[in-house]
Write a protein that binds this ligand. Structure first.
Ligand SMILES: Cc1cc2nc3c(=O)[nH]c(=O)nc-3n(C[C@H](O)[C@H](O)[C@H](O)COP(=O)(O)OP(=O)(O)OC[C@H]3O[C@@H](n4cnc5c(N)ncnc54)[C@H](O)[C@@H]3O)c2cc1C
Ligand code: SF4
Length: 267
């Protein structure tokens, strides 16, 4: 049986309190949302934060606001919440159609049990992985670990100085195609980042979120609305968007928005 390492547990009630905790702890603490990615990683000793800070009691992270001028999805909405919300499916407004794309992506992630726990923020921030990394501590030790954690060689590309691990997020590509932004909150302030700019092309340093920042919301606005009709065809793993295709130049495809994450439109 794989056991969790010892850790301190914090459960703030407000975003401000959470930001203060991360400010004090910096890289020693990690936010915990549904735990479907982080807790197994801790059991495998891939991530060993001294402090786990639960986000589940922060009311503001569970809010959803959909209207014609813009939509805000709280980071702690579960993928089941999103997939089941009728407001994402009414199809009456262009924004609702955009949101239904996110709901479609959310409904295709993993299994119902995982979707009941997994959150939107966690799905966007989840760790990168490959077959050599996604293993128990003992298994990884038997190959002398790897570049991403405790080792020196990348077993996917032994000549590479860069980790090739990719993110398995399914909501990320859908949100990128919609021009989504994320609101990152820290003790020192907040900033909005285009989701397509959030990721680095590196399996180790894969995300531009600072350790003291909480992903509070995903924002969709009229840019997301207007991008869909001209977006051409997006295909990211399990789902695709295909508005009427007028010419070959309208066809775009994106097979993998993993460590080389870019707006699907740009591929
Ligand atoms: C068997 C299995 C199958 C899966 N299949 C799929 C699949 O088909 N498609 C897919 O997309 N995913 C898949 N996943 C991944 C799953 O979707 C993620 O584990 C889940 O979305 C992570 O969300 P969480 O809330 O549990 O995150 P957590 O495990 O709590 O956190 C994940 C990471 O994000 C950070 N984090 C979480 N929330 C925030 C926040 N608000 N601000 C800042 N940082 C935050 C944590 O610190 C951690 O680093 C699968 C997972 C499993 C176990
Ligand atoms: S360095 Fe990255 S891609 Fe290479 S084996 Fe490790 S996790 Fe996989």
């Amino acid at each position: 049986m794989m056991r969790l390492p010892l850790f301190e547990f914090r459960a703030p009630r407000t975003l401000e309190e959470a930001a203060q905790i991360l400010d004090g702890e910096r890289a020693n603490a990690m936010p915990l949302a549904g735990g479907t990615d982080l807790l197994p990683n801790m059991k495998r000793r891939q991530q060993v934060p001294r402090t786990l800070m639960s986000l589940r009691h922060i009311e503001s992270l569970n809010r959803v606001a959909l209207n014609d001028s813009g939509s805000r999805l709280g980071a702690c909405l579960t993928l089941s919440d999103i997939a089941a919300d009728p407001r994402f499916r009414n199809g009456l407004t262009a924004l609702a159609q955009a949101a239904s794309l996110v709901a479609k992506a959310a409904s295709l992630v993993a299994t119902p049990q995982i979707r009941n726990m997994a959150t939107l923020g966690g799905n966007i921030c989840l760790d990168t992985r490959c077959n050599y990394y996604d293993q128990s501590y003992e298994w990884r030790k038997s190959i002398n670990f790897c570049l991403k954690k405790d080792g020196t060689t990348c077993w996917v590309a032994p000549g590479s100085s860069r980790c090739m691990a990719v993110s398995s997020t399914d909501t990320g590509p859908a949100l990128m195609a919609l021009g989504a932004r994320v609101r990152l909150v820290s003790h020192s302030g907040e900033r909005e980042v285009l989701l397509s700019n959030l990721y680095n092309n590196d399996g180790i340093d894969y995300i531009k979120r600072r350790p003291d920042e909480i992903l509070a919301e995903v924002l969709l606005d009229s840019r997301g609305r207007s991008s869909l009709p001209s977006a051409g065809r997006y295909r990211c793993g399990k789902f695709a968007v295909r508005p009427p295709i007028k010419s070959a130049s309208h066809r775009r495809s994106c097979r993998n928005c993993g460590s080389n994450s870019q707006a699907a439109r740009q591929h």
